[in-house]
Design a protein around this ligand. Structure first.
Ligand code: 6PG
Length: 464
């Protein structure tokens, strides 16, 4: 019977959680997985939700179970598997049936698919991990508004709510949803790195144990840094390892994994020519963390003894706050640059609102950001009155932390990048005049003069 409201392909961790979320919100969901055993197991485990879950054992059966015009969510690994799945599914569908890729796709793949596909297609970023997918993720849509409107009631019902407002919205045209999700992940990397650096300062510079560090994050979670990532950092640091009876954090290998979305953000920032040094530092830090054996060799050669630092908890908290504001400034500026380059109608305030709940970077500060963008449209975040004041109040702390860390030999790449960004961007007369002089010297590239505004000028060396 064709009475299911929506279909879902791919019953991995995220797909299963999303399917249950859909069923829990009163919609009938037909599901299919490459392995029938997984589909059966999923249906068996659906419990009270089973009446609204329709397991199917073939793509034809999946399509037959859906109310036309159909909508099918793909929750398969990003890249080639998405293309393969679309190709396999396509022959069973009617021309107006809608496919929704809700995986972590590269937005360029989403743009390509929309270009070549003749059927309705949405590229949707979903954030919040397994728990978010199950109980309310943030959902960043990309594509045609009429196509979005067809599934909007389901997507807003299953999304996280911030004071009753659903964190699900159409961000913009074609690849915009997956692009916004990639920038979300770039910011996620930077937020995590800034926290990890602060942890390192407390561990190696202040000699604090993991449990005390966890307590500090937990305290900070009560204030302006209140966020999911600070909250879970407190929990992670305070957790005891059953095998050693010591802090679990102390037995976790210091090499971070990555699936690629943060890297894509750094790559796209270069294409757009938009500066995101805090995010780039975070991606580079993950790459450096992975070079464990090289780090061990270099520690033998150069030593890695650290000196103590003398920084108060208040200074660390303020430095972290400052780094965060500068990181988000860069992320939102990148979104603005992308909107222009790809002709997307991205709205910073709508994106900030979307990220207030459900997603990994959710935080109290995002509500202030949404308000700041509403009050001062088109402004860069660090110049919006509320955040300019916050920066002015916290920049000395960031400087004190970077100076103390550098003097003690403790690495703080993301914090240092944030500080240099601030110092560079508030310098009305920078140093690129030297670069222009050099370029003209060796390549006659020309420069603009300060005194008369004439462009394409050359130094006397041009006459040699
Ligand atoms: C989210 C996350 C998620 C991401 C993981 C792992 O918003 O729910 O961003 O989509 O896949 O956090 O990412 P890395 O493996 O790149 O750290």
């Amino acid at each position: 019977m064709a009475d299911a409201d929506i279909g879902l392909i791919g019953l991995g961790t995220m797909g299963s959680a999303l399917a249950l979320n859909i069923a829990e919100n009163g919609f009938k969901v037909a599901v299919w997985n490459r392995t029938t055993a997984r589909t059966r197991a999923f249906a068996d485990e659906a419990g009270d939700l089973a009446p609204r879950v329709v397991p199917t054992d073939g793509l034809d059966a999946l399509v037959a179970a859906l109310k036309p015009p159909r909508a099918i969510i793909l929750m398969v690994p990003a890249g080639d598997p998405v293309d393969a799945q679309i190709e396999a599914l396509d022959p069973y569908l009617d021309p107006d049936d809608l496919i929704i890729d809700a995986g972590n796709a590269n937005f360029r793949d989403t743009m390509r698919r929309m270009e070549v596909m003749e059927r309705p297609f949405l590229g949707v970023g979903v954030s919040g991990g397994e728990d978010g997918a199950r109980h309310g993720p943030a959902i960043m849509g990309g594509g045609n508004k009429a196509h979005w409107d067809r599934v909007e009631p389901i997507l807003t019902a299953i999304a996280a709510k911030f004071e009753e407002a659903p964190c699900a919205a159409l961000m913009g045209e074609n690849g915009a949803g997956h692009f916004v999700k990639a920038v979300h992940n770039g910011i996620e990397y930077a937020d995590m790195q800034l926290i990890a650096e602060t942890y390192g300062l407390m561990r190696d510079g202040l000699g604090m144990g993991a449990v005390d560090i966890g307590g500090r994050f937990t305290d900070w979670n009560e204030g302006r840094l209140s966020s999911y990532l600070i909250e879970i950092s407190g929990i992670v640091a305070s957790t005891t390892d059953a095998a050693t009876n010591g802090p679990l954090l102390d037995v976790i290998v210091d090499a971070a994994g990555q699936k690629g979305t943060g890297r894509w953000t750094a790559i796209e920032a270069q294409h757009l020519g938009t500066p995101i040094p805090v995010i780039e530092a975070a991606v580079a830090a993950r790459n450096m963390s992975a070079q464990r054996s090289l780090r061990a060799d270099l520690a033998d050669r150069f030593g890695s003894e650290k000196r103590e630092i003398d920084l108060s908890p208040e200074t660390l908290e303020a430095a972290l706050t400052c780094g965060k504001v500068l990181c988000y400034t860069q992320g939102f500026d990148m979104l603005r640059a992308a909107a222009e380059a790809f002709e997307w109608s991205l709205e910073p305030e709508a994106i900030a609102r979307n990220w207030r709940a459900g997603c990994i970077i959710r935080s109290a500060m995002l509500d202030d950001m949404a308000e700041a963008f509403e009050k001062a449209p088109g402004t860069t975040l660090m110049a919006a009155p509320y955040f300019a004041d916050l920066l002015a109040d916290t920049i000395d702390a960031l400087r004190a932390v970077v100076v103390a860390a550098s003097a003690a030999g403790l690495p703080v790449p993301a914090m240092a990048a944030a500080l240099s960004y601030f110092d560079t961007m508030r310098l009305a007369r920078g140093t690129a005049n030297m670069i222009q002089g050099q370029r003209d010297y060796f390549g006659l590239h020309g420069f603009e003069r300060m005194d008369n505004g004439k462009t394409d000028q050359h130094g006397p060396w041009a006459e040699d």
